[in-house]
Write a protein that binds this ligand. Structure first.
Ligand SMILES: [Zn+2]
Length: 216
């Protein structure tokens, strides 16, 4: 994993955030609205292409105030899994009358026009970790977060580092107040999430580069 962050594959600084987000599979609710597809009972077919090659497809079943995304997905070369993901739809009033639909990100529940397929689900840009752009940032965040976790775990009387994918079942140390324990555990989880998101962003970029590499 360390290699991913160290820039061994060296993507270039011309990889703007927009480009990295475009490299992953995404759905845009504005396109569905434009084509009047967002009607209960409709089934929307989506497919994605990269460099002219079809890289995946999906069925979306439109319900009332929600859609169900059905697709096959595998992450980081693992086995394919069929995913049924429910995404709620929220509406806001438009200035000129009528309503504008939004996806509610299944993770953070914030409104989003576009959802991206991250490590396992379609989520908003932020939850997919697509906000990290420069090589330096992408490279260092997982490492930084792992180090931060080490410091928090030390306070929780855990000595071995273990990195981002470490076991998170940690008992309250004897003599520590529950309030302190809860705070540290929450901090630990937040730091870990930030590190993993950044790692997912690195993997997405790497995946994109591998897809574009000439086949031998
Ligand atoms: Zn989100």
């Amino acid at each position: 994993m360390g290699e991913l962050g160290s820039g061994r594959y060296g993507w270039h600084s011309s990889n703007t955030p927009k480009r990295s987000a475009e490299a992953v599979k995404q759905i845009d609710i504005r396109a569905w609205t434009r084509d009047s597809l967002l009607q209960p009972g409709f089934v929307i077919q989506t497919s994605w292409k990269l460099a002219g090659q079809r890289i995946g497809s999906m069925c979306t079943h439109v319900g009332d105030g929600r859609v169900c995304l059905v697709y096959s997905h595998r992450f980081n070369g693992g086995s394919w899994k069929e995913v049924h993901e429910e995404v709620r739809i929220a509406y806001t009033a438009c200035g000129y009358g009528g309503q504008r639909p939004w996806f509610l990100c299944p993770k953070c529940e914030h409104r989003a026009a576009i959802l991206y397929l991250g490590s396992s689900l379609f989520l908003c840009r932020e939850c997919c970790g697509l906000t990290y752009t420069s090589r330096q940032e992408s490279g260092n965040i997982p490492k930084q977060m792992a180090r931060k976790m080490e410091r928090i775990k030390y306070k929780l009387s855990i000595q071995e580092p273990g990195g981002l994918l470490t076991d998170m079942r940690i008992d309250k140390p004897k003599g520590m107040h529950w309030r302190t324990y809860t705070r540290l555990m929450k901090e630990l989880e937040e730091v870990r999430t930030t590190g993993l998101k950044s790692m997912a962003a690195c993997l997405n970029l790497l995946h994109d580069r591998l897809q574009k590499a000439p086949k031998r």
